[in-house]
Design a protein around this ligand. Structure first.
Ligand code: SF4
Ligand code: SF4
Length: 187
C-alpha cells in the first residue's frame, strides 16, 4: 500500500478525539498489543504498526487499512499496554475518521458492525446465529453456505442459540443508546 498523503496534524487529530489519547506519543513499539490481538492475522497492520503509522502522520495508510474494522474490541491491547495507551479507543477514533472522510472500503467490517448493532438495538445483546446469518446472507451468500455446517456443530454443542433473547429492561438500554446517538450526532 503506498503513501499518497502525509499529515503532521493527523496524530493531533487522533489524540484530540480519543479519551486518554495524549498517551499515544508514549508508545515504545514493544509489540505487546499486537501480540495480544486475536484479530492480528486478519489485519493489514497490527495494532503496534497502526500506532506507529498514526505517530508518523501516515494518514492515508492508517485510514485505508482494514485494521480498525477487524478489531473486536476485546481490550487486550489496552489492558496490557505498558504505557496505558488506549489502543482500542484509538481504533474507534480511526473508524469514525475513516467514515467521515468517505474512506470506508466495501470490506467486511462496517457490514458486520451494522449487523451487530441491529441486534444490540433490538435485544440488548448480540445474537450469534442471527448475526452470522444476516451478515453472510447480505454480504457473502456463498460463504454462508459453507458456514452452515460449523453453525450446526456449534448449536449441537450448546454454543449457539437458534433464537435471540432480550435483556431485562431493554427500554432503559435503548434510551441510553438513543441519547448517545443524539449526543454523537448520529441518526
Ligand atoms: S503495547 Fe503499548 S507501548 Fe507497546 S507497541 Fe502497543 S501501544 Fe505501543
Ligand atoms: S481491542 Fe481490537 S486491536 Fe485491541 S487486541 Fe482486541 S481486537 Fe486487537
Amino acid at each position: 500500500m503506498s503513501v499518497t498523503v502525509k499529515s503532521k496534524r493527523f496524530v493531533d487529530e487522533v489524540i484530540e478525539e480519543t479519551p486518554g489519547g495524549h498517551r499515544l506519543r508514549d508508545c515504545i513499539q514493544c509489540g505487546t498489543c499486537g501480540g495480544s490481538c486475536p484479530s492480528g492475522a486478519e489485519m493489514d497492520y497490527t495494532p503496534r504498526k497502526m500506532i506507529a503509522l498514526v505517530n508518523a502522520g501516515r494518514r492515508e495508510e492508517a485510514l485505508s487499512a482494514n485494521t480498525m474494522w477487524s478489531c473486536v474490541s476485546c481490550y487486550s491491547c489496552t489492558s496490557r499496554c505498558p504505557h496505558n495507551i488506549p489502543v482500542t479507543d484509538i481504533m474507534y477514533t480511526l473508524k469514525r475518521m475513516a467514515i467521515r472522510e468517505g474512506r470506508v472500503k466495501d470490506n467486511d467490517g462496517p457490514a458486520l458492525a451494522r449487523a451487530f448493532t441491529h441486534y444490540v438495538d433490538k435485544y440488548g445483546r448480540s445474537f450469534e446465529m442471527g448475526l452470522a446469518t444476516r451478515y453472510h446472507l447480505l454480504n457473502r451468500p456463498f460463504a454462508a453456505m459453507k458456514m452452515g455446517g460449523m453453525g450446526m456443530a456449534m448449536f449441537l454443542r450448546g454454543r449457539m442459540a437458534f433464537t435471540p433473547s432480550k435483556i431485562r429492561n431493554i427500554g432503559q438500554l435503548q434510551a441510553i443508546i438513543n441519547k448517545a446517538r443524539e449526543l454523537g450526532g448520529a441518526s
